[in-house]
Design a protein around this ligand. Structure first.
Ligand code: AP5
Ligand code: ZN
Length: 217
């Protein structure tokens, strides 16, 4: 199954993607996590994108598409994947379509997570992220770690992402409305979009997602 997850920053894409990927037996591919891993490892790619991430802008399409294509070409993604944070504008969506078409593939579903803006701001303000692996996320109220500031999964230190400061969050939300939201219309025309309310506890959102995803593709 090939799925795209879309929704504003802090909607819970990473949280749901990890659970759904495990449930469906497909890899969770997050371009945000891939960029952050490159930044923390100090790679050339990381050096190129560090400032853009900190300011909440979008990394140029050419860099993003190349990185995503490379990840999707790994053997574990042969039978499907769950994309989180990619594509993020119409140009990236078209590149993804073209990339899949080259190997006779297509997307099966686009899952759109809807969350009101005040809740998004609350979720991001309380989020704590693992320095070793940014897909390990917690929330000071909703999902507190067992020990303060320590990742339950790998023992890494928890911190607040640089782009989770209030001013940068506003910028990310503006970029989302302007650049990313239009892809929902683009995919709706292909009949792929299911919108669910993600304003509910994590397990309930997972249930809603599984209920609207195609059985098996
Ligand atoms: P990225 O990492 O993709 O950030 P994002 O889209 O802003 O999404 P977030 O990671 O902020 O939120 P999320 O929806 O995953 O929420 P989470 O599950 O953590 O991108 C970062 C940057 O990378 C971009 O700004 C850009 O610079 C660059 N980039 C990435 N992809 C790109 C692309 N394709 N093109 C160009 N640039 C790109 O949940 C949030 C919090 O809420 C957590 O604390 C969680 O515990 C809590 N929570 C989750 N679900 C619930 C719930 N149901 N109830 C209560 N609390 C909940
Ligand atoms: Zn961790």
């Amino acid at each position: 199954m090939r799925i795209v997850l879309v929704g504003p920053p802090g909607a819970g894409k990473g949280t749901q993607a990890a659970l759904l990927a495990e449930r469906l037996g497909i890899p969770h591919i997050s371009t945000g996590d891939l960029f952050r891993a490159n930044v923390s490892q100090g790679t050339d790619l990381g050096k190129q994108v560090d400032a853009i991430l900190r300011e909440g802008g979008l990394v140029p399409d050419e860099i993003t598409v190349a990185m995503a294509a490379d990840r999707m070409a790994q053997p574990d993604a042969e039978d499907g994947f769950l994309l989180d944070g990619f594509p993020r504008n119409i140009a990236q969506a078209k590149s993804l379509d073209a990339l899949l078409a080259e190997s006779g593939q297509r997307l099966d579903a686009v899952l759109d997570l809807e969350v009101p803006e005040d809740e998004v701001v609350r979720r991001i303000a309380g989020r704590r992220t693992c320095r070793k692996d940014s897909s390990h996320t917690f929330h000071v109220q909703n999902k507190p770690p067992r020990e303060p500031d320590v990742c339950d999964i790998c023992g890494g230190e928890l911190y607040q992402r640089e782009d989770d400061r209030e001013e940068t969050v506003r910028k990310r939300l503006a970029v989302y409305h302007e650049e990313t939201e239009p892809i929902i219309g683009y995919y709706s025309e292909q009949g792929l979009v299911s919108t669910i309310s993600a304003l509910a506890p994590v397990p309930e959102v997972t249930r809603r997602a599984l209920a609207v995803l195609p059985e098996r593709a």
